[in-house]
Design a protein around this ligand. Sequence first.
Ligand SMILES: Nc1ncnc2c1ncn2[C@@H]1O[C@H](COP(=O)(O)OP(=O)(O)OP(=O)(O)O)[C@@H](O)[C@H]1O
Ligand SMILES: [Mg+2]
Length: 172
Amino acid sequence: MRPLSRRPPPSRRAAAAPRSTASDAETRALGAGLGARLRAGDLIVLTGPLGAGKTCFVAGLAEGAGCGARVRSPSFTLINEYEGPMTFFHLDLYRLEGHDAEGLGLEERCEQGAMVAEWGEKLPAHVRADALTLTFTVASEHERTITAGADGGRGAELLAAWEAIAGAGARA
Ligand SMILES: Nc1ncnc2c1ncn2[C@@H]1O[C@H](COP(=O)(O)OP(=O)(O)OP(=O)(O)O)[C@@H](O)[C@H]1O
Ligand SMILES: [Mg+2]
């Protein structure tokens, strides 16, 4: 029998209640609320199908983080960089294959600014350990549902920030 200390630790996964949005403006406003709370080293993983509102949310994040740039999905470059009070990195990993993420220098970059990754579930697990994960689903033509989760560390702090923002409404 393996000694107790060798057992895997119990999952620390925590999740917030799902939050629905009724328009792209509302999704963006939620992103802006969270963007204002970001700091260098933060990672937000966005997951969900095509058209679920991930880029829309990123536009809000960038706005909230004080980056005036127009946000467009970096589909071919994989990573965009927006300047502001803090550098803001926007990844779209839809086209990422295999272990290519290892070559993006993400850990070094993440220390320089805040990072958000669409299709971020493709990132290696060790990179995502401290992330806040937001899962988007399409409920109807204009309704999206966002569910936040985190495993601990800074992700848990961002989860608390998200709960305050998403629970408070942040309607546009
Ligand atoms: N409640 C909503 N929140 C966000 N977007 C919405 C909502 N209702 C409708 N939409 C529309 O859904 C689309 C979302 O597109 P967006 O590019 O943000 O999706 P995405 O998840 O980034 O997709 P992809 O995986 O292709 O990058 C937009 O056309 C937007 O206007
Ligand atoms: Mg997108």
